[in-house]
Design a protein. Sequence first.
Length: 110
Amino acid sequence: MTYSIEKKKDHTLISVEGDLDSAEVQDMREDVEAVIGAGRPVIIDISKVEFIDSSGIGLIVHIYKSLTARKIKVVLSGASQQPLELLKATQLDRFLTFSKTLEDARGVLV
């Protein structure tokens, strides 16, 4: 798995590629905490994530809860196949904001 964090003009973009499981979540934890601390809107791009487990779900929920508690928007972009199925099975699609593309996600943030 690889990930990147980019500070854009009006939001932060977290892009993840590969599997989002417990080992990768541990690698990301410190950077994610810095993103949360910055208090900017966040787009989490998982369009290139092939597999997600409960640790990956936990990371997404942690970002979501930490920022929305401060009235800061979080959008999950590009979820497909196994990640999307798991997010729906756990009913996270009821409160997480989803977008199909990064452009759509940026539109949600304004």
